[in-house]
Design a protein around this ligand. Structure first.
Ligand code: HPA
Ligand code: ZN
Length: 340
């Protein structure tokens, strides 16, 4: 059960969000507004009808609707408006720092220039009081050559993103499909992450680490199926960006009571809580905290750990990272002092 006091702590604690697909923050209302602004026709008659279609059975059933929703994004201002709306929600949830995924191939395949995408998203980040950096994701259902071509398109904008990731349909598209492009990115000094062990097997987590050299694993919840891998992740303190509401909506777990987040923490893993695609999965980052703390036996010490982990695992430099961690420590000193 989530007490009022615990809810306030989760709401107010400073946090970083490390797993958010900006296209997954596109709310139905904004999809309809942009469709009208751009003269794009949608397969749904109303916001309500679109929302009703958000009844997913697995990752692919979600991705089909997610890519359809993104089809309304055409102009730089559209990407700006979407990102500004997310950052306003993040600020309301006391997110201090966000590392935002974007999927350029979803847009360039429709004829939207790469620069339109990145300039709109990046400008909104500059205009926000929330610290925000960008991670460009490659779509793993497409061939590696297309990822390499996307990297070439991105290079003139190298200063506008800090890393690369790997997303979209996981099963049948193992990390090793992208060895060459990730090696190039590593040589360019980019940070590396990949989705692995969401629907795919624990072996994908291992190959993401060993063959792509990623620094964090997105999702990674299936690691517990392999005891040696779990021990390794704990030993090497590899952060997992877990997305609880996403896991329930996409049926990785049947219900929140069954989620393994508590077991991941108990295994000594660097777990973080994130929203993934908040417009589609029923809530932004704080809703993810509320829901997990409501269903699992988590308390204030777990909240502190999760808040600290979010900054420890962030791609932040020494001073900034220390500053945020100090802010977390001060917050919990106060929160626990006033409690007694
Ligand atoms: N998994 C894989 N690809 C994605 C996701 C996800 O949860 N969200 C957006 N693209
Ligand atoms: Zn994701």
């Amino acid at each position: 059960m989530l007490t009022e006091q615990m809810r306030n702590i989760l709401q107010q604690m400073p946090k970083a969000e490390l797993h958010i697909h900006i296209e997954g923050s596109l709310e139905p209302e904004l999809i309809f507004a942009l469709a009208q602004r751009n003269g794009v026709s949608l397969a749904y008659a109303s916001v309500d009808e679109l929302r009703k279609a958000y009844d997913f059975t697995d990752l692919q059933s979600f991705l089909d609707i997610y890519y359809a929703g993104a089809s309304v994004l055409l102009k730089e201002q559209d990407f700006y408006d979407m990102t500004a709306a997310y950052l306003a929600r993040a600020q309301a949830d006391n997110v201090r720092h966000a590392e935002i995924f974007f999927d350029p191939q979803t847009h360039t395949a429709r004829g939207v220039p790469f620069e339109t995408v990145i300039n709109g998203i990046w400008r909104a980040c500059q205009d926000s009081p929330v610290s925000a950096t960008l991670i460009m994701c490659f779509l793993r259902h497409l061939p590696e050559d297309e990822a390499l071509a996307t990297l070439d398109e991105a290079l003139p904008f190298r200063d506008k993103f800090i890393g690369v990731g790997l997303d979209s349909s996981e099963r049948g598209h193992p990390p090793e499909k992208f060895c060459r492009v990730f090696e190039r990115c590593r040589q360019l000094g980019l940070h590396l992450v990949a989705h692995a062990g969401e629907e795919g097997p624990p072996a994908y987590i291992e190959t993401a680490l060993d063959l792509l050299n990623v620094e964090r694993i997105d999702h990674g919840v299936r690691c517990l199926e392999d005891a040696d891998l779990t021990a390794r992740l704990a030993r090497e303190q590899v952060a997992l960006t877990v997305c609880p509401l996403s896991n329930i909506k996409l049926r990785v777990f049947d219900k929140m009571d069954d989620h393994n987040l508590m077991r991941l923490l108990d295994a000594g893993l660097v777990v973080t809580i994130n929203s993934d695609d908040p417009a589609y999965f029923g809530g932004y980052i704080n809703e993810n905290f509320f829901s997990t703390f409501d269903s699992l036996p988590l308390g204030v010490e777990h909240a502190r750990t999760l808040a600290r982990n979010s900054f420890s695992a962030a791609f932040l430099e020494g001073e900034a990272k220390r500053g945020y961690l100090n802010e977390v420590d001060r917050f919990f000193q106060q929160a626990t002092a006033t409690k007694d």
